[in-house]
Design a protein around this ligand. Structure first.
Ligand SMILES: [Zn+2]
Ligand SMILES: [Zn+2]
Length: 321
């Protein structure tokens, strides 16, 4: 079992995968969410439905949650925002929760606050205001303004943990962003949902770990053909539509190669992959393109990176999984 206080201040950059699936529900991978703990800060990038449960089951210190960064407002990225806010407050969070996101974040945050307003009242009435301070139950929306679509924006800088947002292309969902996160000489990039763009390559450059979304069009196409054959028109149409605003696994590999990242972790895995044979089909061609390590993410996977003060001297760095 991880000692919670120790990991908050052990000088490492910790990454936890709470949700590695896409919008198609399945038992093994819930919707998008990645947690990062470094320098005493605990932040989340996206908080899709079912992901808060994994945070809880990984015994992480929810009361230290400082901020949530949303990439965009599709339901598979925001569904557990209310749970994350409510339960981290009940656990002992002693400040409001900051929620960052592109234009639209205010509406999303205020909507969740409204939906949970009655429950907030019940909890205070039941446990007392000495235990549950209403001020701390709040969320603060922080809109990220992308003035120049080609430049990254520093939106969080606390205790050595820096979070930059950059624009991605998930049209018609706009604006949508990815995040570049830096701590003690290490760098993580989380693509959010997007097609491969020059801007994405630019801002992924040199990442120690690239967490890239991917959808297998080959597999989705087969499902679509089956759905059309069975006259499931609605399902077939949705399966067709989702293919114009994501990356295939080989596009994620191309991104990793061009951006010269050290490790590629594929997330937002769609369709669900219940066995090794389908995993092989999903990843076909990836290793021919990107020669670094490729990991097909699973829920509750974790990574930790030691401070990288050696970079520039001999390039040595230890990464443990
Ligand atoms: Zn999306
Ligand atoms: Zn998505």
């Amino acid at each position: 079992m991880i000692s919670q206080d120790r990991i908050l201040h052990d000088g490492m950059l910790h990454v936890f995968l709470f949700g590695t699936g896409g919008p198609m529900n399945n038992d093994t991978r819930v919707a998008s969410s990645i947690g990062i703990i470094a320098g005493g800060e605990f932040i989340l990038v996206d908080i899709g439905p079912g992901s808060y449960r994994n945070l809880d089951l990984m015994r992480l210190p929810a009361e230290h949650l400082s901020a949530v960064f949303l990439t965009h407002f599709h339901s598979d990225h925001i569904g557990d925002l209310g749970e994350a806010n409510m339960l981290s407050w009940v656990n002992g969070r002693d400040k409001p929760l900051e929620v960052y996101g592109p234009k639209g974040v205010k509406q999303v945050v205020e909507g969740f606050e409204k939906a949970y307003e009655l429950d907030t009242g019940y909890r205070i009435a039941h446990h007392g205001k000495e235990v549950l301070n209403r001020e701390h139950s709040k969320m603060i929306n922080r809109m990220i303004l992308m003035e120049d679509p080609t430049e990254k924006v520093l939106c969080f800088d606390k205790n050595g943990l820096k979070v930059y947002a950059f624009e991605v292309d998930h049209t018609p969902v706009a604006p949508a962003v990815g995040y570049r996160i830096e701590f003690e000489g290490n760098c993580l990039v989380i693509t959010g949902d997007t097609v491969k763009t020059e801007n994405l390559v630019k801002h992924s450059r040199g990442a120690d770990i690239l967490f890239s979304e991917a959808i297998s069009y080959t597999m989705i196409n087969n499902l679509m053909a089956g759905a059309a054959k069975m006259n499931l028109k609605r399902f077939a149409k949705i399966l067709k539509d989702i293919q114009n605003y994501h990356m295939e696994p080989i596009a994620a590999a191309q991104l990793a190669k061009e951006a010269q990242v050290k490790k590629l972790v594929i997330v937002h895995i769609t369709p669900p992959l219940p066995n090794e044979k389908l995993e092989k089909l999903y990843l076909k061609g990836v290793e021919d393109i990107f020669k670094g390590e490729v990991i097909l993410a699973q829920d509750r996977m974790k990574f930790k990176l030691e401070p990288n003060k050696e970079v520039g001297k001999n390039g040595f760095k230890k990464i443990t999984k």
